[in-house]
Each structure stands twice: as structure tokens, then as C-alpha cells.
Ligand binder design. Sequence first.
Ligand SMILES: Nc1ncnc2c1ncn2[C@@H]1O[C@H](COP(=O)(O)OP(=O)(O)OP(=O)(O)O)[C@@H](O)[C@H]1O
Length: 328
Amino acid sequence: MTHPNICVISNPTSGNNRKWQARIEARLASYDHVRHHVTRSPQEAEALVPELAAMQPDVVVINGGDGTIAAALGMILDHWVPDRLPLIIVLPGGTANMTAGDIGTASSHRRALKRFFAWLDRGAPLDGDIRERHIMRVDGAADGQVRYGMFMGTGAIMQATKFAHSEVHSRGLGGEISLGMILIRSVWGLIRQDPKFYQPTHVAMRMTGPDGTQISRDEAPMLILVASTLERLFLGIRPFWASEKAPIGLTTIRGGAARFARAFPSVLRGHPNRHVTAENGYESFRAGQIALRFEGELNLDGELFASSGPDAPLVITAEGPLRFLRPR
Ligand SMILES: Nc1ncnc2c1ncn2[C@@H]1O[C@H](COP(=O)(O)OP(=O)(O)OP(=O)(O)O)[C@@H](O)[C@H]1O
């Protein structure tokens, strides 16, 4: 039987991988057509990817958290010939695993690995459940680094992230349930306007929507700003409701947004109720490129970094799409 060429990139430092890495390495070593590369830093991955691109594997498997997946996808887009991109499989080796959740492979790391090995044992068929997703390239950070990601947020997302690091992930809790706990605590803080959670960031926006239309918003305090190329974030949350076709969903909730407690559940479902209006401070867009001017930090797939301030925009551009296979 001829097998597709498969290469696996594992980040042994990602949340879930810490407990499974040795077993994964031992098991993968028994497949001749699978090459397993363990990278301990983004720099190691950067050195590896051109070599992989030259080998043209049919499938690249990324076993890591959201940060590892996004970084690896960015490197693949940088080094592969655009019309010969590999199929991607993601294994939820991280802590939050939002990307794997959207692709449908994150019910649990153990189950995803079981399904992946069963797929290898069946000869690794390349047809099946394939989903396309774009990735966001982010230029204009204060440190000058170009980054890639599939989810970004600022405003209350930053306070929620800090709460997550200090109170939730530090206790070894991960997965969708931990994200749900962080969400409930943060929303409670926002409803009560607790300053630990309620800290709007002043942001000016300009974006290129479908058919090249330009949309802009003057600087305003943003309570929450999220942008993503994922369809579903976690626990069925899909906070994007613009119906136009463009790869990046962007939703903003202004500081002082009216009727927050009544509006927010419908925002999370992506089915806005009558309180969710631009006048009340809620907007959702779709765009191919977004430029944000603000002073502050943002979270891109779990990595925190600073913008360059109001004079230099942070530019988010959709790239791809990449094709993700869900092994069954
Ligand atoms: N290919 C790679 N190999 C090793 N480390 C990497 C690689 N790509 C990114 N990193 C680093 O790994 C860290 C991110 O880890 P990752 O997102 O995989 O795990 P996590 O934080 O446990 O999971 P999640 O983002 O799902 O919560 C960052 O410090 C990043 O710089």
C-alpha cells in the first residue's frame, strides 16, 4: 500500500503535550512514512520549516497549542509554494486548544490521538472531513515582529487573560471548561463594572470589507474587541454576526455599551437580539484586512504583546486559506 508522506511537528512544552510526549514519540517512531520533529522553540521550528517545504509532505500534523499551530501555519505560508500547500491536521497538545476545537479535533487530547493513530493504521486516507480556514498575519507590533494567529482580542480580553494566567491555567486547568470558567468570571466583572475587568481601551479602526469597501471608526473606548478567522471559539461561542463574505470576523463592544447583561448572551451566540445595535455600542464586521490604532496590549492565540501606539497601526491581514483534515 502506498502511504502519503506525513510529517508531525510537536511542541513538547505545550500544555497537554507535557504528559503525553514520550508516548507520542514512541508510537510515531513505528510508522515508516511519518517523520516526527520535536521543536522546543519557535526558532527551532523556523529552522526546520524550509527543510520540510523542500520535502513536500502531503500532510503536516501540528501537535501543540493555539500558539504553536498559528506559528507553524505562518511558517508554512511563508515557505511553501502557494498552490501546493499541504493538508493540515491539528492535535490539541496545548492548554486552551481553541483552533483544534473549531476544526473538530479537540474533544480531548487523548481521544484526538486515538483517532489520529487509527487513521494512520487505516493508511492515512486524505479524503474526509476537510475544513478551510484563513490565518491572520499581524504586522506593526511594538517589537517589530510579524506574528500569525487565528484569534486576537484586546480590551476586557486582556483582563480575562491575566485572570486566566493567575487563577485558572496556573492551577493546571485547561480545555473548554476552563475557558468557560474564565468567561463567566469576566462577564460577572463586566456586568458589575468591576475595574479589575472593566478597562476599555481606546481604539481607532479602519478595514477593508468585502468587494474592497472601506469602513472606518473614529477612536472610541472599546470594552471588548475580538477578531478571528475561526468560526467557533469554544463551547459553541460564535460572536460574529455580519453576513458579508470575508475571512476575518471582527466584533466590538464599546465602553458604556447599553443593556450589556441582556445583550451579551446573544452576542456570544452570534444571534444578536434587539439590544445589540450600533447605537447601543455593539458592532460586528467581516473584513480581509483591519488596521487598529491603539496604545496597549493584545492577545493573539495566547501570546501577549504590545501595539506600537496610536501613530502606527497594527495591521491584521487574512492569508490562506489552509485546508484542515479531521481524521476519523
Ligand atoms: N513549533 C514550536 N515549537 C516549540 N515552541 C513553540 C513553537 N511554536 C510556538 N512555540 C512557543 O510555544 C508557546 C505557546 O505554546 P502553545 O500555544 O502551543 O501551548 P499552550 O499555551 O499550552 O496552549 P494554548 O495556546 O492552546 O492555550 C509560546 O511560548 C511559543 O513561543
